[in-house]
Design a protein around this ligand. Structure first.
Ligand code: GLN
Length: 513
């Protein structure tokens, strides 16, 4: 029998719908895979096999009874630990929430369940989604399936690695400054940051509320679209949720797959995001995509967005400011950890200070200090106010660019996956790696990352990022799927199938394939 973990979600869904494969079989195959590779990868913080198999059995039973089920019914999914789940712990990668089981499901999880996707478990992440490597998780890092001594990206390294290591066909992430797209890029998978407000944030543990967006992760563009279709749409419980009637993203991806409309498409190459300092192999693969698009009849031009030079600085003021406020709720009173400093009066102030001291990691403390400083009286205008003005200028840069072109492209990240530990003690170096992804969050627009090949110098995946105007998420799926079809012709299949670390991981299964 084919290894069910190697199928794309769309293929698995078809096999389940036709009765060729049961959801229990599909779920068990992924649980086996998790058991075999987690020792090397550590993509999950929590796996609930029993609950997953029970949900799968329920789908199989209802299907056998003739019930009409959704397209992805019975397909397993991994959920980033930033989303609350009522039957599974939710920690956001932090010690302060260790063992906390929320009393409710986030809207996204509710929708996954309502569509009968099978929740495998919760994926690892940088603490409170702060970071680009998953090394800031309080529970230890995740390893990149392409090379286990490398970072899987962050903050959503767990979701990306789970999908890349065939532990789950689908996953969800959150993207505040790139946490879906950059992990996708460095693991050879696909990730989308939807238009701000396009997917409900209700029940997502807030990092920076004006930037946060929940989105899909998968191994190809169509699968990403399919799960986006499940989680998208208005939610009255989220005050920033858009009331937009979204088109079918899966239809857009299928249109792209069938040839798409690359001919005559106006594609802008962002000058500021294709720099000298970027890794040579990243620039090389990017240049090849530009050539390929030109050969297909796209009109590729260079576009400048001059204020992107200030994006990292503005983001790392706005994010800490909002985060310091959002994280004030973790005080030992409401949920999770409660600690007291020894030898001091056991009063509430002692308790709050000791809880936060023990519960938060270094990166979180660093950003809380930065954020409270930036918001303090006398500095507010100087820092936070200025950063907000820069944000407006970046939005205008995008507006001007989209007056000239239909989509904008750049490498998703300046480098391929670096070594674990390489940037851990140099926060600034890690922040600078976010230059490519941050502008989309500051402007609220959608962006997609997809694999475009391996960098010749290290054999690691390179991602392409495509931006579209707000509300035009469907354009990303059509374009992404069209490009993906062209690249797969060249590669003779999906890039992820060539991951060198995976045969080793498969050996751990006892050669069961
Ligand atoms: N790497 C960025 C940061 O550290 C992005 C985080 C995110 O998108 N959650 O803030």
């Amino acid at each position: 029998m084919t290894d069910l973990t190697r199928l794309r979600a769309a293929e698995l869904a078809t096999a389940i719908t036709s009765g060729e494969v049961s959801s229990v079989e599909a779920t068990q195959a992924h649980l086996d895979r998790i058991a075999a590779v987690e020792g090397d990868i550590h993509a999950f913080l929590h796996v609930n096999g029993e609950a997953a198999l029970a949900a799968a059995a329920d789908v199989d039973r209802r299907r056998a009874a003739g019930e009409q089920l959704s397209e992805l019914a019975g397909v397993p999914v991994a959920v980033k630990d930033v989303l609350t789940t009522k039957d599974q712990p939710t920690t956001s990668g932090s010690r302060i929430l260790e063992g906390w089981v929320p009393p409710y499901d986030s809207t996204v999880v509710e929708r996954l369940r309502a569509n009968d996707l099978v929740l495998l478990g919760k994926t690892n992440m940088d603490e409170f989604a702060m970071g680009s490597s998953t090394e800031h998780s309080a529970y230890g890092p995740t390893h990149n399936p392409w090379s286990t001594d490398r970072i899987p990206g962050g903050s959503g390294g767990g979701s990306a690695a789970a999908v890349a290591a065939f532990e789950a066909p689908l996953a969800t992430g959150s993207d505040t400054g790139g946490s879906i797209r950059q992990p996708a890029a460095v693991t050879g998978t696909v990730g989308v940051k939807p238009t701000y407000g396009g997917v409900s944030r209700w029940g997502a543990i807030a990092l920076a509320s004006s930037l946060d967006q929940i989105g899909p992760v998968a191994r190809n563009v169509l699968d990403t679209a399919l799960i986006h279709d499940v989680i998208k749409g208005h939610d009255p419980k989220d005050s920033t949720s858009l009331t937009t009637e979204w088109p079918s993203f899966a239809d857009a991806a299928r249109l792209g797959r069938a040839g798409g409309r690359l001919k005559g498409l106006r594609v802008g190459v962002l000058k500021e995001l294709n720099r000298e300092g970027f890794q040579a192999g990243v620039r090389q693969r990017f240049a090849e995509v530009v050539e390929l698009l030109t050969a297909e009849g796209a009109e590729v031009t260079e576009v400048s967005a001059p204020h992107f030079d200030y994006a990292v600085a503005a983001y790392y003021l706005i994010l800490p400011a909002e985060a310091s406020s959002n994280l004030a709720r973790f005080d030992g009173v409401r949920y999770g950890l409660r600690a007291f400093a020894e030898g001091e009066q056991p009063d509430v102030e002692n308790m709050m200070a000791a809880t936060r001291e023990a519960g938060f990691g270094d990166e979180v403390k660093r950003r809380i200090i930065l954020g409270t400083y930036a918001l303090s009286a006398g500095y507010y205008d100087q820092f936070y106010g200025k950063a907000q003005k820069v944000r407006t200028l970046i939005q205008r840069d995008f507006e001007a660019a989209f007056n000239q072109v239909d989509v904008l492209i750049s490498p998703t990240a300046p480098t391929t996956a670096y070594k674990l530990g390489e940037k851990l003690d140099d926060p600034l170096a890690m922040y600078l790696g976010d230059i490519t992804t941050i502008p989309a969050n500051l402007a609220g627009i959608p962006a997609l990352s997809q694999p475009i090949g391996l960098a010749p110098e290290d054999g690691l995946p390179v991602g392409l990022q495509t931006f579209a105007p707000a509300f035009e998420d469907a354009r990303l799926y059509e374009f992404g799927a069209a490009l993906e079809a062209l690249l797969e012709q060249r590669w003779g299949g999906q890039l992820i199938e060539q991951a060198p670390a995976l045969p080793q991981a498969a050996a751990a299964e006892g050669g069961a394939r």
